[in-house]
Structure formats: structure tokens, C-alpha cells
Design a protein around this ligand. Structure first.
Ligand SMILES: C[S@@+](CC[C@H](N)C(=O)[O-])C[C@H]1O[C@@H](n2cnc3c(N)ncnc32)[C@H](O)[C@@H]1O
Length: 502
């Protein structure tokens, strides 16, 4: 099929890319091997195609054969062929044999371009041998990435949540509209932190003394937390802040294992070049801090602020320890800090009887039950799988002893649920479907039915806390509006509302 002379390299690659491993291996690869130098150079797209196709659909044996073929091409007399082979290798799963071949080539070649390509491949697959060869060479980035690869293989790094941290400004970011609920939560933790200022989706806190990440993660309503390391005007200053002795001390105290961090510019989108350059600068100043995005325990984010660039450090905790009970999700699961904020908005009460008509994976019910004082929870959902997931998450949250009635049905059929009787609930808390993923034929009608159910089932003084994606309001005076804020649900808005049954 291949007559590369008649096609652009890109078109040729697109055609080859559609072939199977067997076709590439039986026809294209032997044809490439038989060809003379000029033809091989014109046909380098086959190398890239083998890398991608064998990675995506090759069996382990096929991948192994492809890897050996690519390795053999590292000895090709043509630099372009060698470059394509080294670029294709990492995906296929190169090991120390390929690493040795690449390092031998690095020693031999005089071409700056080839050295650069070798450096990039070794960044991905290099280990101890690359680290030894690249340290002190003209490839500091390769040395840093190899050091990170070695560190990652030797020991998993993690954040020590209980490590004692010196007083440093803390930024808590939250979904727009939830700031005052987060501030209310902060009041409960007034012994540890005081509010310095509140801005759009941000609370700045000053710790009142030494503190730990565990103290910060005792708050449930924020989306992300960071320590402000400093404010800079340009890249050199950012690097100095990250490499500063105070930052190193903080990172050393709070990291178990090698210190690896991911870098990101928050407001500028994908900034690969700037991130790599900044990582190089930091490495030159503090070689024990390794810029490495793979499973790094830390994230350093550069935020644009009026005074310049705020350099902030956050732990990358997967799963978020506050919501580690989430064993499974439904497709439209609630944002967990929003579920926590809704429970805070509901306010505390003893002897709570709480229903989530659209319980999904059960976050609101679980967040409420974790606060205690619950007599029974009720969860309904149209999806049987959602009910199973809620049950599983309740067990993971150690709430299996909380009396729970879960039923797979349309919430309008609540009368079929044992215990859901008029005037008996103290709280309804829910995130209804928003009609974005799964179209809902009459979403305002569904919200009106929710209001009607709340008016019927809540006892006097009972609360309804819900997100409302429509302008629908209760048609009955039985529900009095107490709170309404426009909130960001991750790119689109709706209202968070609280009503009280009068
Ligand atoms: C936004 S999700 C709820 C997310 C949930 N709060 C969580 O923590 O995962 C909405 C849920 O409503 C359910 N649903 C949609 N229409 C329903 C109806 N008429 N009655 C009961 N459940 C319904 C969907 O199956 C979905 O699980």
C-alpha cells in the first residue's frame, strides 16, 4: 500500500496508523527493512505507526518484537531513522537494554539535534544509568527526570498529614457561591485559624500557631487547599521561592520519601514549555526537589493575582481523605465539598430523619450521617445501581449501623417507601438531576414535584436544602425561602436553596 513518494509524511502516517499489527509486521516492516537509505528516510512514518499501533493493540509478544525492531533501528546509519526509533520506544515499554543502547548513542553522536532527542527519550525511560551519565552533563533536565524515575521506583512518596508546619498563609478555594458556608465552617475551627480575607471563591486564613495538613483537612467544604509560599513577578523569582530553605524545610518535614512535585500555571492553560523551564531552574537551585508529574505527592501552582504571581503548595491526596468512603460514583455524582456545604447549610439537629430523593452515590446522606444525631436516612433513586452504590459507600463510611431505607423508584412514588409518611421528615437534602447528561423531559416540573413532596413530608420547622437548576419556585406557601445563592457547578451555574417548612 505504501508509496510514500506520492503522499505527505502526515498522510502516509495516517494511512499506516489504520493498519493492524499483523499487516504492519508482515508487509510494511519487511519492506522498510529491505529498502535503501533514501527510501527508508522517505518512509520513516512506519516507525511512528509501529510505535503507536503496537502500543495500542499489540499482544505482549508483538510489542516485544516491535521493541526489538525499534532498538535495532537505533544503529541505523541514518540519523532521522534513529530519531524516529528513539521517539517511538518509550510507549512500547523500553527497559535497561534500550536505555544502554540510547546512552551508547548519546556518547557517540555529535549532532545537537540527536542529543536533544536522546535526552527527551531518556527523560521518559532513564533510570540510574541515565542519572549517572546525565548528571553534570549538558542535559540537566534528563538528569532531573531520571532522578525522579529512580526515586519513584525506589520509594512511593506521600504527604505526612500530621507533620507540624510553621505559620504560613493558607488559601482555601471553593466553588463560587459557597464562600460564606466555608467561612461558617471556619468559625468552628477558630482555635486553629483566623480569616485574613475572603474573595471570589477564596478564603485566606492565617494559622494561629503551628498546624498540620490534618487540621486543614478537618474542614470539609473547600475544594482545594494550599500554602502560600510567596509572591513573585517572574520565573526566576518563582524558582527562588520554590527552592528557598523555608520551602525545603517545609517539604522535608511533610514528605515521606523523595520530594517530587507537579508544577502548573493555574490561569494560563497548558504551559508545557514554561513548566519545564521553571522545573529546570528549581533543579539547578535545589537538586533534591524533583519536578515530576507522575504520582507526585505535591502540586505547586502559580496563580495570577493583582500583586503578581502567587506560588502555592498543595498536597495531592488521592483519594481525598475527607471523602475516602467514595468507593464508587454515579455518572452525575455531587462534588463532595458541595455535599458537605449543603449539610452545613441545613444546620445541625438531633433526631434527624433525612431523605435524599435523588440519592445517586449517597454523598449528601453520608455527609449528614457523619455529623451524627440521625435517627434514619432514606434514599431513593431511579437507578438500581445508584442504590447499590449508596449502600456500598455507607458501609465504607462505617455507617452500616445507621438505620437506612434505600429504594429504587421514582421519587414521586415515595408513598411506597416504608416510613416516608406526611409530616415526619426533619430534612430533605438533594442534588436533583440537572438535565445535562441525561435529558429530563420536564425539569421545572420535576423540581415543582420536589417542592410539593417536601411540603407534604417535612414536619414544621423541617428543612429542604437543594440545588435548583431551574427558575421554579414552590407554588405553596408552606415552604419559606431562607437562603438562595448562585453557585458554580463546574462550568455552569444553578442555585443552592434552603427552605423551611412553616
Ligand atoms: C445529580 S445525581 C445525584 C448525585 C448524588 N447526590 C450523589 O451524591 O451521587 C441525580 C440522580 O437522580 C436520579 N434520578 C433522576 N430522575 C429521578 C427520579 N424521577 N426519581 C428518582 N431518582 C431520579 C438519577 O438516577 C441520579 O442518580
Amino acid at each position: 500500500m505504501s508509496d510514500p513518494a506520492k503522499r505527505s509524511p502526515k498522510e502516509h502516517y495516517q494511512l499506516l496508523r489504520r493498519l493492524s499489527c499483523a499487516q504492519l509486521w508482515a508487509e510494511e516492516v519487511p519492506a522498510f527493512d529491505r529498502a535503501g537509505p533514501r527510501e527508508r528516510i522517505a518512509n520513516v512514518a512506519i516507525i511512528r505507526a509501529v510505535g503507536v499501533v503496537f502500543f495500542e493493540s499489540g499482544t505482549p509478544a508483538e510489542r516485544d518484537a516491535a521493541r526489538q525492531w525499534l532498538q535495532s533501528l537505533l544503529h541505523d546509519p541514518e540519523e532521522k531513522v534513529r530519531r524516529y526509533a528513539m521517539t517511538a520506544l518509550p510507549k512500547i515499554g523500553a527497559d535497561e537494554h534500550e536505555e544502554a543502547a540510547l546512552l551508547a548513542l548519546l556518547e557517540k553522536t555529535h549532532s545537537a539535534r540527536e542529543k536533544q532527542s536522546l535526552g527527551r527519550t531518556l527523560e521518559k525511560i532513564g533510570g540510574a544509568a541515565t542519572l549517572a551519565a546525565a548528571s553534570g552533563s549538558s542535559l540537566p533536565r534528563t538528569a532531573q527526570k531520571a532522578a525522579a524515575n529512580v526515586a519513584r521506583q525506589q520509594a512511593a512518596s506521600s504527604v505526612r498529614l500530621d507533620a507540624r508546619l510553621e505559620k504560613t498563609r493558607v488559601h482555601l478555594r471553593t466553588r463560587t457561591g459557597l464562600e460564606e458556608i466555608l467561612e461558617d465552617e471556619l468559625c468552628e475551627h477558630a482555635a486553629n485559624f483566623q480569616l485574613a480575607h475572603r474573595a471570589h471563591s477564596l478564603l485566606a486564613l492565617d494559622p494561629l500557631g503551628p498546624f498540620s495538613w490534618a487540621d486543614v483537612y478537618a474542614l470539609r467544604c473547600f475544594s482545594s487547599a494550599s500554602l502560600v509560599l510567596g509572591t513573585a513577578k517572574h520565573a526566576e523569582e518563582i524558582a527562588k521561592i520554590i527552592a528557598a530553605p523555608a520551602t525545603q524545610k517545609l517539604l522535608t518535614a511533610a514528605t515521606a520519601g523523595p520530594i517530587r512535585y507537579r508544577l502548573e500555571f493555574a490561569d494560563r492553560g497548558h504551559q508545557r514549555g514554561a513548566v519545564r523551564e521553571l522545573g529546570d531552574r528549581v533543579f539547578a537551585l535545589a537538586p533534591q526537589l524533583l519536578n515530576d508529574s507522575r504520582d507526585a505527592p505535591w502540586q505547586i501552582t502559580i496563580h495570577e493575582i493583582p500583586a503578581g504571581l502567587s506560588v502555592e503548595l498543595s498536597p495531592r491526596l488521592r483519594p481525598d481523605p475527607r471523602f475516602a468512603y467514595r468507593r464508587r460514583d454515579v455518572p452525575a455524582s455531587s462534588h463532595p465539598p458541595l455535599a458537605a456545604a449543603m449539610i452545613r447549610l441545613a444546620g445541625p439537629r438531633n433526631d434527624e430523619r433525612v431523605w435524599d430523593p435523588f440519592c445517586g452515590s449517597g454523598l449528601e446522606l453520608i455527609e449528614r450521617a457523619l455529623r451524627g444525631g440521625v435517627r434514619r436516612i432514606f434514599g431513593t433513586d431511579l437507578s438500581a445501581e445508584a442504590i447499590d452504590i449508596t449502600r456500598e459507600n455507607l458501609v465504607a463510611a462505617d455507617l452500616d449501623s445507621t438505620p437506612a431505607t434505600l429504594a429504587c423508584l421514582d421519587f414521586r412514588d415515595f408513598a411506597a417507601v416504608d416510613g416516608l409518611h406526611p409530616g415526619t421528615l426533619s430534612l430533605i437534602v438533594t442534588n436533583p438531576p440537572l438535565g445535562r447528561r441525561v435529558p429530563i423531559p420536564n425539569l421545572p416540573g420535576l423540581i415543582e414535584d420536589l417542592f410539593a413532596a417536601a411540603a407534604e413530608l417535612l414536619e414544621p420547622g423541617g428543612r429542604l436544602v437543594c440545588t435548583n437548576p431551574t427558575p421554579a419556585k414552590p407554588s405553596t406557601r408552606a415552604l419559606r425561602l431562607e437562603f438562595r445563592r448562585r453557585i458554580d457547578l463546574g462550568g455552569f451555574h444553578c442555585h443552592l436553596e434552603k427552605y423551611v417548612r412553616v
